[in-house]
Write a protein that binds this ligand. Structure first.
Ligand SMILES: Cc1cc2nc3c(=O)[nH]c(=O)nc-3n(C[C@H](O)[C@H](O)[C@H](O)COP(=O)(O)OP(=O)(O)OC[C@H]3O[C@@H](n4cnc5c(N)ncnc54)[C@H](O)[C@@H]3O)c2cc1C
Length: 417
């Protein structure tokens, strides 16, 4: 068995690299366990509002940046005149390799074990992790950053977990699927759907011009349990393109995306700490997390490094300090408000959802931006939610307070029970 390190991080994705890097910067002795080399390319692309990176001094990590950022919340079709809602702020896509390298540079000296964590045994002063290879590794504190599917982290069972599902295509098209140079956050126009499809849970288009004739178009379901199946999303995307007379001429990459949006918060009394998807850090209203890792990682690392200076603290006490720093009461309450809001939105039909988002984005920019990035203090967040309520037409207010009557379940959801 190897000598114990201060902190052992499980995972090799954004969350693992972030927390390993920030702990390393605090002078903590860190090791990691990752099934793939930590410099292997990540499968997902990550989007972020450019302002989130500007405030962190990290705008150089963007590979693409759009000034023309819009959404559509009209129904579409000829009756729908001015359909474009301009967001007025820049959106970007991370240069994945640059983001990874940013954290790897800050994690220089961290020892990565090419393995997979199978079981975690917490002792009074140290925690032991048994790997698939049979190796056992010891640390004063273990941080699970192995994603939302981890089975090492305890969390309450609050029923079915809603997933954000999306099917996307990076490719070339017979004509531009969206306007050149544009980023589309949400296109909820639905004039390409049959009346029956419009009664099913709504989906929207997320799309961007990647330059040189290449576009990314993705049909997305905000959140639903069970998640909208890929074949339904694909069919809707094809119908949408077809309606606009667009054909795919070259399919460069297909993206299949499914991740939990309302995963319950972990049990914060457990002696194992978590970070990232495993710690339910995905924003329940937007599905974003990377900006939050960059904002919350350094503070958590500082809190852990201070606690580690007390030799009398064992694994459980160190984890407790970590949980208090990662999920203080203020953030827990904000998270609960977001989860409540998402629960309401999931019951909305297509026209209520379009009305909701049109109202939401009519809020002052700092309000909707702060809401979507989880950067508003609790009192401001509550004030924004009340403002949203006051601006909402009556059917929407009723839906926000009482919940909307559910649509008839689509056939694909009925077959899954
Ligand atoms: C397709 C997709 C697109 C997304 N787009 C965005 C976006 O645009 N912007 C945004 O902010 N968020 C986005 N998200 C949400 C979120 O940011 C991502 O899910 C993010 O990858 C989560 O990071 P993570 O490090 O917590 O987990 P993961 O990225 O899932 O990484 C988990 C890591 O742990 C490793 N691992 C798994 N099991 C073990 C084990 N037993 N032992 C050791 N290691 C293990 C895995 O190999 C992997 O390296 C997206 C998610 C998906 C799925």
């Amino acid at each position: 068995m190897a000598d114990a390190v201060d902190v052992l991080v499980l995972g090799g994705g954004p969350a693992a690299l972030c927390i390993a890097a920030e702990l390393n910067q605090c002078g903590v002795e860190v090791a990691g366990i990752a099934p793939q080399p930590v410099d292997a390319p990540w499968p997902n692309t990550y989007g972020v509002w450019a302002e989130e990176l500007r405030s962190l001094g990290l705008e150089h990590l963007l590979e693409h940046r759009w000034h023309d950022t819009v959404s559509y919340f009209g129904a579409g079709g000829e009756a729908d005149q001015d359909q474009t809602l301009a967001h007025g702020i820049d959106y970007g896509l991370f240069d994945r390799a640059a983001l990874q390298q940013h954290w790897l540079d800050r994690a220089e000296g961290v020892r990565w074990h090419h393995d997979s964590a199978e079981s975690v045994d917490v002792g009074s002063m140290q925690t032991s992790v048994t790997c698939a290879s049979g190796a056992k590794l010891l640390a004063r504190l273990v941080i699970d950053a192995s994603g939302s599917r981890t089975h090492h982290v305890r969390r309450p069972d609050q029923g079915p977990v809603a997933g954000q599902a999306a099917y996307g295509v990076v490719g070339r098209f017979s004509c531009n699927p969206i306007e050149a140079g544009r980023f589309v956050l949400m296109d909820y126009r639905c004039d390409h759907l049959s009346p029956e499809q419009r009664l099913e849970p709504p989906t929207f288009l997320y799309a961007m011009d990647l330059g040189e004739g290449v576009f990314f178009v993705e049909e997305t379901s905000l959140a639903l349990a069970p998640g909208v199946p890929y074949d339904v999303l694909k069919q809707r995307l094809m119908q949408r393109l077809d309606k606009r007379g667009v054909e795919i001429t070259e399919l460069i990459h297909e993206e299949f995306c499914l991740f939990p949006m309302n995963l319950p918060l972990p049990d914060r009394s457990q002696p194992l700490l978590a970070f990232g998807g495993s710690a339910s850090m995905v924003h329940p209203a937007s599905g974003y997390m990377v900006g939050s890792l960059l904002r919350r990682g350094p503070g958590l690392a500082r809190a852990i490094s201070v606690a580690l200076k007390k030799p009398e603290l064992g694994s459980a006490a160190l984890a407790r300090c970590g949980w208090q720093s990662l999920w203080p009461p203020e953030l827990v309450l904000r998270h609960q408000l977001y989860q409540f809001g998402l629960g309401r939105l999931m019951g909305f039909n297509e026209s209520l959802l379009r009305t909701h988002f049109a109202t939401f984005f009519s809020l002052p920019q700092e309000d909707w931006f702060g809401f979507l990035t989880n950067t508003l203090p609790l009192n401001r967040l509550m004030a924004v939610m009340l403002k949203l309520f006051a601006l909402s037409p009556w059917p929407l207010r009723r839906g926000l307070v009482l919940g909307a009557p559910r649509n008839q379940l689509p056939t694909w959801a009925q077959s899954k029970g």
